[in-house]
Design a protein. Structure first.
Lengths: 115, 116
């Protein structure tokens, strides 16, 4: 069964600190892995998209890693800001050609950045 | 260039009524997707449409739910005879025509449906 699991479920950190969110998946065949940021009451916004051949991808203070052998990904946030408070969702695309209708969503990690 | 627009943001219906959720994709986007998000659950795919065509509706319940994306106007997700279990956030996403292996999705802000 295709599944995406994220940890921790929730996380509280102080402003300025770094943090790392984890994602494990059992999705086959694997096409790509995406990280989204979802603010409360808003739709998800794409942070990174990585294919099988990519190990790391950065977007500003966000750096995602992918280990396709162990089927794990992480999202590292550097020098956190209050505006980073949101749910971070790991999404894995199954099937060839990046078929979007085969996206498997994790339940997200709820991050709270405190002053 | 406005983003994906969904309305209404909040919709309250009584059991047995109909709910109509609208989604206007980003300008130039011809692919629309609908997802449902229950509390503390991940987004679940419902239906994938292109202009005037339903491409994949494998995630949509066979009864009471329907979707359309007409040649003109927004995409509509219609839920007939709503029940309390339909209460959820419904998100629409759009993308341009497939031109790469990785289709970029842009999400709307969602419609929160509450069934009393």
């Amino acid at each position: 069964k295709n599944q995406v699991e994220q940890s921790p479920q929730s996380l509280i950190i102080l402003e300025g600190k770094n943090c790392t969110l984890q994602c494990n998946y059992t999705v086959s065949p694997f096409s790509n892995l995406r990280w989204y940021k979802q603010d409360t009451g808003r739709g998800p916004v794409s942070l990174t998209i990585m294919t099988f051949s990519e190990n790391t991808k950065s977007n500003g203070r966000y750096t995602a890693t992918l280990d396709a052998d162990t089927k794990q990904s992480s999202l590292h946030i550097t020098a956190s800001q209050l505006s980073d408070s949101a749910s971070y969702i790991c999404v894995v695309s199954a099937g060839y050609g990046g078929a979007t209708n085969k996206l498997i969503f994790g339940t997200g990690t709820l991050l709270a950045v405190q002053p | 260039n406005a983003g994906v627009m969904q309305n209404p943001r909040h919709l309250v219906r009584r059991r047995g009524q109909e709910a109509r959720l609208r989604c206007s994709p980003m300008k130039g986007h011809s692919h629309v997707y609908w997802y449902r998000q229950l509390p503390e659950e991940g987004l679940k795919f419902m239906v994938y449409l292109q202009k005037e065509n339903i491409i994949d509706e494998s995630g949509m319940p066979k009864e009471r739910f329907s979707a359309e994306f007409p040649k003109e106007g927004p995409s509509i997700l219609r839920i007939q005879q709503v029940v309390r279990g339909d209460s959820a956030a419904y998100f629409c996403a759009s993308s341009p025509a497939l031109d790469s292996l990785i289709e970029k999705l842009f999400f709307g802000s969602g419609t929160q449906l509450s069934v009393l």
